[in-house]
Ligand binder design. Structure first.
Ligand SMILES: C[S@@+](CC[C@H](N)C(=O)[O-])C[C@H]1O[C@@H](n2cnc3c(N)ncnc32)[C@H](O)[C@@H]1O
Length: 226
């Protein structure tokens, strides 16, 4: 670890304690984060032209970029501070933002053509409930997709990403914090949750040099199997 990195990690921790919305908004602007999200959304098996729900949207950067790509986006987060910042920064672009619980989504069955969540399935207490809820509010024929850090994300991967994407200074420290502090999941575990929720056409894609992955599935039948 660079000598300055210890102090920088303290700064990241302090920002996390003082204002998670500002920290996540800062992270949303970092090159490695944008590149990971572009890799993910660029590989969606659907065009972002319909209605999309971004669950656990944080301060709204992903919602805004999907809206700008042509979708009609609703961002949802349980934190009123996240939603307030998202509305302040991104409502002008057309995306809507709502406060609510991802484990009891305040929408009816089949409301959205796609339901996505970045860095949420590894955070919530009931990941199986999250995937079941995301599936419920997806229309038959629509898609569910999640992004999360994987078990293989270690310090060597931080070095590799830093080299490949030229991530330096404070941005690299934030990447190191994500590696050190995040809960990680295996794609197999998440794929299993997709199967249990009744999703089909399940695909796994490695992202950010294998530090993260996405799992995407399609809802081909309604709940109850019709
Ligand atoms: C790690 S942040 C990711 C934010 C954003 N998706 C991103 O990639 O920058 C996780 C977000 O999920 C939200 N969250 C956690 N549990 C939630 C729940 N049960 N319902 C809704 N939002 C939740 C948090 O408030 C936070 O904004």
């Amino acid at each position: 670890m660079r000598p300055a990195e210890m102090f920088e990690r303290l700064a990241v921790g302090a920002l996390m304690a003082a204002s998670p919305p500002r920290l996540f908004d800062y992270i949303a602007g970092l090159h490695w984060q944008r590149s990971m999200l572009d890799e993910w959304t660029g590989g969606f098996p659907f065009r972002p032209g319909g209605s999309i729900l971004d669950v656990g949207c944080g301060p709204g950067a992903l919602s805004a970029s999907l809206q700008a790509a042509g979708a009609n986006v609703t961002g949802l987060d349980r934190s009123s501070r996240m939603i307030a910042l998202a509305r302040r920064k991104y409502s002008g672009g057309g995306a809507r933002f709502a406060e609510g619980d991802a484990l009891a989504l305040p929408f009816g069955e089949g409301t959205f053509q796609a339901v996505v969540a970045a860095s949420l399935v590894n955070v919530v207490t009931g990941p199986e409930v999250l995937i079941a809820e995301m599936t419920r509010v997806t229309v038959v024929g629509g898609y569910v997709s999640v992004l999360f850090p994987v078990l293989e994300f270690d310090t060597a991967k931080v070095d590799r990403i830093a080299d490949e994407l030229v991530v330096t200074g404070f941005s690299r420290t934030v990447l190191g914090c994500w590696q050190a502090w995040s809960r990680k999941l295996s794609p197999e575990t998440v794929s299993g949750l997709f199967e249990d929720a009744g999703l089909s056409e399940i695909s796994v894609r490695p992202l950010l040099s294998g530090a993260a992955a996405s799992v995407t599935g399609r809802k081909v039948t309604s709940i109850g199997g019709t």
